[in-house]
Write a protein that binds this ligand. Structure first.
Ligand SMILES: [Zn+2]
Length: 132
């Protein structure tokens, strides 16, 4: 029987904008996303907690978007591959932020979730859903 992660380290790291660990709502997994060198983008999923060594289950996340709503949002955003697609499907973003990556937010497509878009590099775009 594997030990389950019982700490909140991954959540804390995922909420820290200076740490390249993200909680990916669509897959319900934590991932280490980094750019080891120019034009190389890596996503390493973290199924074990580096802090306590326990296995990370999807249910670790206290508040998940309900399945029905998640399904609806996945089908809404499923074909989005670029920022241009996103604007076509979702409209003008409510928020745009530029740091090491460019991130966008759409707040009005769901009562429960914010749709986030990340452009790691032109042509490298992905959607994440965040509980409101
Ligand atoms: Zn842990």
């Amino acid at each position: 029987m594997e030990n389950k992660c019982i700490c909140t380290w991954l959540d804390q790291m995922a909420n820290d904008p200076n740490v390249p660990i993200t909680y990916l709502e669509l897959s319900g997994r934590y991932a280490f996303q980094y750019t080891p060198r120019k034009n190389v983008y890596n996503t390493l999923y973290m199924d074990y907690c580096p802090n306590c060594g326990g296995k990370v289950f999807e249910s670790n996340k206290e508040v998940l978007i309900p399945e029905e709503e998640l399904k609806r949002l996945k089908s809404l955003t499923g074909n989005i591959k670029t920022v241009e697609d996103a604007v076509k499907v979702l409209g003008k973003p409510d928020h745009k932020e530029t740091s090491t990556t460019v991130s966008y937010e759409w707040q009005n497509h769901s009562e429960l979730a914010i749709i986030e878009g990340f452009e790691l590099h032109p042509g490298q775009f992905f959607i994440n859903l965040q509980k409101k």
